[in-house]
Design a protein around this ligand. Structure first.
Ligand code: ARG
Length: 569
């Protein structure tokens, strides 16, 4: 039910603005005592050259009465409406009950959206900056699917570049010293060792460049080692994706586009947008403060930029996307600016549909680590620590409840994901374990707990609550607030998706949970506010329908963030 639209329709007979304009002006007042919907009269005041308070008075005086709105009155320059909860409850709650997790989903629109996310570099363990890309990208993918788009989740592996020359040199030199099976962390140790030694021995760097060149030329020995590093990496990455419950539609990689880089070179040259500088092929930036985009190095080697350009041309060919999102840390802002710049200079209009979804740094207990120095904070460790924290917390709380191992995993992982996604992505964020794993406050476990609590109430109530319910009994303010919040679910999804900002949905869920707990707690103080009303089945049923609706929305909302919800906690 679109309440803003209903209110706009009511107002439209008395306001000289288009229906859409009215709807877009309608706000939700910060305090529900002032009303549930507010129409500000400032823009009308300018148009009519009259005071906004006078206009608000005259509008509210002339409105006809609709059962949906219990009261409409002007408060200063606003015309505010109070919704009758019993009137909207039936519509909202049966819509949720009928659609289940499909509530607020939009029909498929057949348009493609490509989300490039996670995209780690092989031969390096998954570290925390990839955690952010993985979480944010996954959530954006879920949100766009929910909005009816056909989403292509793409993992663009960093599997090409001079670092593989370095690794081959390191492996050939020190590989025989590695004990046991080769793992990512052992490969990474070789890499770290190379970085250290090469800072004093420049010959090592020359050898590395040489080996990368051989790799680009298809040298069998180089390819064999590279493939092996890649296999080892993928096995470990997939273990972590599985833990997080994340899947990809396509595993791409830079290597695939190393060969087609020549198409990019030809395009640049034939369009006359490139030039030679010190033996390298470059495209000058439009902004004179920016360096040029390096298309081909002076030794003929490909670059990260050119591989990304080739990959982008290929993606548009394959998917004809309406949106191409790159979910990558802010440190690569210049890279994506140049990518768009070159593609725009090529005259390709889809450059406008490519967007860098950037995010800030993340610190855990004050540390952020570095892969180069071998102090990286690994994704796997972060997830394990969180699960261990949750386990400790539960045992220390002395709770007699028997929380399953599966639930502990879900809570621990959910805590990390929510801790990340509940903050605006552009901001740097600091992770404190005591905070993110708490069952109270603005956390994932708090939302999961609220959801499980709702399910447990539904289990205790009568099963045929939808048939038995008398929704006119829902007259409490606490009930109305929850209902209105449930009704805002699709708006929260749309806002979140349009801004590629999962934190908007996360905050919506927190508000819903707060209203929910207030509503449920009411029953502790006053028997008449309890959900389970043995002597009044129609009221008990209506309240159960509300609790059931909340459980569905919380679960689905968490799923859109990439968090699964335990049935019992
Ligand atoms: N592999 C890169 C890194 O780990 C991220 C790749 C992002 N995607 C892209 N199309 N450039 O830093």
């Amino acid at each position: 039910m679109n309440l803003k639209l209903k209110y706009a329709e009511l107002l439209s007979n008395h306001v000289d603005l288009a229906l859409d304009e009215i709807k877009n002006l309608i706000e939700i007042p910060p305090d529900s005592k002032m009303g549930d919907l507010a129409f500000p009269c400032f823009s009308l005041a300018k148009k009519l050259k009259n005071s906004p308070v006078k206009i608000a008075e005259s509008i509210s005086g002339s409105l006809e009465k609709l059962p949906l709105f219990k009261e409409v009155k002007n408060i200063g320059p606003y015309v505010n409406a109070f919704v009758d909860p019993s009137f909207i409850a039936h519509g909202i709650l049966s819509e949720i009950a009928e659609n289940g997790s499909g509530y607020s989903s939009q029909p498929e629109n057949g348009k493609n959206v490509v989300v490039d996310f996670s995209s780690p570099n092989i031969a390096k363990p998954l570290a925390i900056h990839h955690l952010r890309s993985t979480m944010i990208g996954n959530s954006i993918s879920q949100l766009y699917s929910k909005m009816g788009y056909n989403v292509i989740k793409l993992n663009y592996l960093g599997d090409w570049g001079t670092q593989f020359g370095k690794l081959i040199v390191a492996y050939n030199k020190w590989g025989s010293e590695v004990e046991g099976e080769l793992t990512i962390s052992k490969i990474n140790e070789l890499y770290v060792k190379f970085s250290k030694e090469s800072s004093e021995d420049n010959d090592l760097n020359d050898q590395a460049r040489n080996w990368f060149k051989k790799l680009e030329e298809g040298n069998a020995e180089a390819i064999k080692l590279w493939k092996w590093f890649k296999e080892i990496s993928l096995i470990e990455f997939e273990k972590i994706y599985k833990k997080l419950g994340i899947t990809f539609d396509v595993y791409g990689g830079e290597s695939e586009h190393a060969a087609s880089f020549l198409t990019v070179v030809e395009k640049c040259e034939s369009l006359g947008i490139s030039s030679i500088s010190d033996g390298a092929l470059i495209v000058e930036s439009e902004d004179e403060n920016d360096p040029p985009c390096l298309i081909r190095k002076s030794d003929g080697a490909t670059t990260y930029e050119v591989r990304d350009i080739a990959a982008l041309l290929d993606r548009f060919d394959k998917y004809e996307f309406v949106k191409m999102f790159y979910v990558v840390g802010q440190e690569q802002a210049l890279h994506f600016k140049m990518l768009k710049m070159v593609v725009k200079k090529m005259g390709l209009a889809f450059s406008n549909d490519c967007e860098h979804i950037s995010f800030g740094f993340m610190k855990f207990q004050g540390k952020s680590g570095s892969t180069r120095e071998g102090t990286a904070i690994l994704m796997e460790d972060v997830l394990n620590t969180s699960v261990a924290e949750v386990r400790k917390r539960i045992s220390e709380s002395g709770s007699k409840r028997n929380i399953s191992e599966e639930a502990i995993q879900q809570i621990g992982i959910g805590a990390v994901v929510f801790g990340d996604l509940s903050k605006k992505r552009v901001k740097d964020s600091e992770f404190i374990w005591e905070e993110v794993t708490s069952f109270e406050g603005d956390t994932g476990p708090y939302l999961q707990y609220t959801q499980a609590r709702c399910l447990s109430i539904v289990r205790k109530s009568n099963h045929d609550f939808m048939e038995q319910a008398d929704f006119s009994g829902l007259t409490e303010d606490s009930e109305k607030l929850v209902l209105l919040k449930l009704n805002q679910f699709s708006e929260a999804i749309i806002n979140s998706a349009n801004n590629c900002e999962p934190s908007l949905l996360a905050n919506y869920l927190l508000e819903l949970a707060k209203f929910t707990n207030r509503f449920i707690h009411g029953g502790r103080e006053e028997h008449s506010k309890r959900i389970l009303q043995e002597s009044n089945l129609p009221l008990q049923s209506a309240r159960t329908a509300l609790v059931h609706g909340i459980a569905i929305v919380l679960k689905e909302g968490l799923r859109l963030l990439g968090i699964s919800s335990p049935e019992e906690m």
